[in-house]
Design a protein around this ligand. Structure first.
Ligand SMILES: NC(=O)c1ccc[n+]([C@@H]2O[C@H](COP(=O)([O-])OP(=O)(O)OC[C@H]3O[C@@H](n4cnc5c(N)ncnc54)[C@H](OP(=O)(O)O)[C@@H]3O)[C@@H](O)[C@H]2O)c1
Length: 313
């Protein structure tokens, strides 16, 4: 699909910025729905919404080719009662109100891509595909299940609906890579049996917009799994950290309190198989962890303002 206009809800930070820059450079008219102020900046139209109520912003959907929803309070926080509620509300309400807006649109988009997370799968001892993956239990799984149910509850027969079960994304300046580097700078290493996959959400989302066959639930991650031990080893090499100290779970729990985060983000094992993407011939630019980390650690690492999309383990 050659998109001319794309609306991104929650497109102001990590993944959204990458997508917005990518499409703007290619002449696509980008509209970002944000809780921030209306403005026009670097060729992008920022339109205010509150992520909850139908309002004039819904006119932006008219004539758009694609709608991408990335809205959601970051899960990189302590799971207090208040934060949990914000995590639920920011995802469910934004998805609900976008569904309602699409129902009312006369000339709306042909594809709706909604974020979700690979954390929906249970702590894995085998790869989880879209077809045979098993759900886990607990707060983050419940968030994803409710999020996906909300996404699929609208009757929108003319629309291609894609929900991306995304693994942790590594980016040059944002996301998990920066946090991994902080752990490394503290010379900590996680020594668990965890399998993990980190991905490049942005390139894969671009593929989803452009590939007319992609539909339904899609696993979004790198093609090969990597053990956490290997990730930490290669990360140390990439950032020239001299050594790492084994850190048992209790130590990580204490560190997570000081860092205002949860150990689940480090310790849960989202071992997914991106079967649909493989079947449709998606090409991973950085299919190995080594190549991805080399790219992330390139000399211009801290100079770039927007991360280059990258596929990593
Ligand atoms: N990054 C990853 O590794 C990863 C992995 C799996 C899934 N995901 C999912 O992919 C989506 C995008 O990820 P990201 O890392 O780019 O997200 P992000 O930077 O944490 O935030 C996405 C956007 O959500 C909006 N937002 C934040 N708090 C909100 C709230 N309380 N109510 C309504 N909107 C709120 C913000 O837009 P405004 O402030 O402009 O309104 C923000 O730009 C998220 O839904 C995330 O859960 C990400």
């Amino acid at each position: 699909m050659n998109a001319k206009k794309i609306v991104i809800a929650g497109g102001t930070t990590f993944l959204g910025q990458i997508l917005t820059a990518y499409f703007t450079e290619r002449g696509v008219q980008m509209v970002v729905l944000t809780r921030g102020a209306n403005k026009h900046e670097n060729g992008v139209n920022y339109v205010h919404w509150n992520g909850r109520n139908l309002d004039t912003w819904r006119e932006q959907l008219e004539g758009a080719d694609a709608l991408i929803n990335l809205s959601g309070k970051s899960v990189n926080c302590r799971y207090t009662k208040r934060n949990k509620q914000l995590i639920y509300n920011s995802r469910l309400e934004s998805t609900r109100v976008l569904g309602l807006a699409l129902m009312k649109a006369k000339n709306g988009p042909k594809i709706w891509i909604n974020a979700t997370s690979a954390t929906i799968y249970r702590h894995a001892d085998r790869p989880m595909t879209e077809a045979n993956g098993l759900h886990g239990v607990g707060f983050s799984v419940d968030v994803c299940e409710k999020w996906e149910r909300m996404f699929f509850r609208f009757d929108l027969p003319k629309l291609r609906e894609v929900t991306m079960r995304t693994t942790i994304v590594l980016g040059k300046e944002h996301g998990a890579f920066g946090r991994c580097k902080i752990w490394q700078n503290l010379v900590l290493v996680v020594n668990t049996e965890t399998e993990s996959k980190c991905s490049a959400g942005s390139m894969l989302m671009i593929f989803a917009v452009q590939n007319n066959e992609l539909n339904g639930i899609v696993n979004l991650g790198a093609p090969e799994e990597v053990k956490n031990e290997q990730l930490m080893h290669e990360l140390r090499d990439a950032v020239d950290a001299p050594f790492g100290l084994p850190s048992p779970k209790w130590m990580l729990e204490i560190g997570a309190v000081f860092m205002g985060t949860e150990t689940e983000l480090l310790l849960k094992s989202p071992w997914i198989e991106p079967e649909k993407l493989k079947e449709l011939g998606f090409h991973w630019e950085f299919p190995t962890l080594e190549k991805a980390l080399a790219e992330l650690c390139a000399k211009d690492l801290f100079a770039a303002t927007v991360s280059k999309p990258i596929v990593a383990h």
